[in-house]
Write a protein that binds this ligand. Structure first.
Ligand code: PMV
Length: 338
């Protein structure tokens, strides 16, 4: 039995624009998905999801994922969860040159599903790592990140950047620009997350931004402006003391850029009333800055605040279902049981 766990992430800057070749800076957070892989004697795959912010389900299949678990949760969520596990198993079989390998897979996650915190990437990264290790064929991190990206790319029909999977594999903050992915030094930023209990439709939101970009030059300019915000933020991080406590000046400047980034995302039509309410609640509570994270439309916001004020304010904000502090996860995917 091999167990690996991988972190979720928030976008400090750059979601959506990253789809058009601008850089993005996501940062891993200490909310993890743990995947257990136990090889089987046959070629079946049995998936047990204890908590994917769903009620949990078990399903066994061979050769396809047509079996549907009989659970009272929305089918798209179950299909998404199964699709990611299935894609991870396919990558592990291919990497280990074991096309008929079967597994009992268990997924336990405390990352809200589809809410901009990289839950699917964490499941895929931990899943490929656990399954390849269980087959005696562990991958180095770059290959793991690459295979996890390909798994997400397959499930999301080509609409995936490398940001989530690379960040979940490496941990810390990373910079992604096209196929170029590098870890970046970052201080211990005081992230607070607000979750509205919902999820946006990533495909639809990405397509909507694409249409605006085609239709209006100023939408294309807005996307480029997001890139400028990211480059300005990166320069600030590069000047900061890595892994230390951030200075008040750095927090103020990063916060201002996050506010700016949120405004640009709202202009591109990917915010939501619940996300705007949480962003404003955080700002009113004294956060240095706040923005939506991920595809938007619903899901999570991230704010910078070392005090308890933002978390408390969010917990009383209408539309906010859960508020929590999210430490930077300096370690990416890790082995819990070899
Ligand atoms: O909502 P998430 O965490 O899957 O992030 C989506 C980020 C986008 O930039 C909108 C799309 C992508 O794959 O980069």
């Amino acid at each position: 039995m091999t167990v690996c766990e991988a972190p979720g992430k928030v976008y400090l800057f750059g979601e959506h624009a990253v789809v058009y070749g601008e850089p993005a800076v996501p940062a891993a957070i200490e909310r993890r998905a743990a995947v257990t892989a136990e090889p089987r004697a046959d070629d079946h795959v049995r998936v047990e999801a204890e908590d994917l912010s769903l009620d949990g389900f078990t399903v066994e299949y061979s050769g396809g994922t047509d079996d549907r678990p009989d659970v009272d949760v929305p089918t798209p969520l179950v299909e998404a969860a199964m699709g990611y596990v299935d894609a991870a198993v396919r990558q592990a079989r291919d990497a280990a040159d074991a096309p008929d390998a079967g597994f009992d897979i268990t997924v336990e996650s405390d990352i809200p599903l589809g809410a901009g915190l990289g839950s699917s990437a964490a499941v895929v990264v931990a899943g490929i790592d656990a399954a390849t290790r269980a087959l005696g064929a562990p991958l180095d991190r770059r290959e793991l990140a690459d295979r996890a990206y390909r798994a997400e790319h397959d499930v999301q029909e080509g609409q995936a950047s490398r940001a989530d999977t690379f960040c979940s594999t490496m941990g810390g903050a990373v910079r992604v620009e096209g196929d170029d992915c590098e870890p970046v030094a970052a201080p211990n930023l005081p992230f607070v997350v607000g979750f509205d209990g919902g999820a946006g439709d990533t495909g639809k939101l990405v397509a909507g931004v694409g249409e605006l970009r085609e239709e209006y030059g100023f939408a294309a300019d807005t996307i480029e402006s997001v890139g400028d915000v990211v480059r300005t933020g990166e320069a600030l991080l590069a000047d900061a003391v890595p892994e230390g406590e951030p200075s008040p000046e750095l927090l103020a400047e990063l916060g201002e850029l996050m506010d700016f980034n949120h405004g640009l995302l709202a202009a591109l039509g990917v915010s939501a009333r619940s996300l705007d309410s949480m962003v404003w609640a955080a700002r009113d509570a004294g956060a240095h800055g706040a923005k939506l994270t991920g595809a938007g439309g619903g899901g999570c916001i991230v704010a910078l605040d070392a005090s308890d004020a933002t978390e408390t304010a969010l917990s009383f904000t209408q539309g906010c279902e859960e508020a929590f502090r999210a430490e930077l996860a300096t370690e990416g995917v890790r082995v819990v049981e070899p």
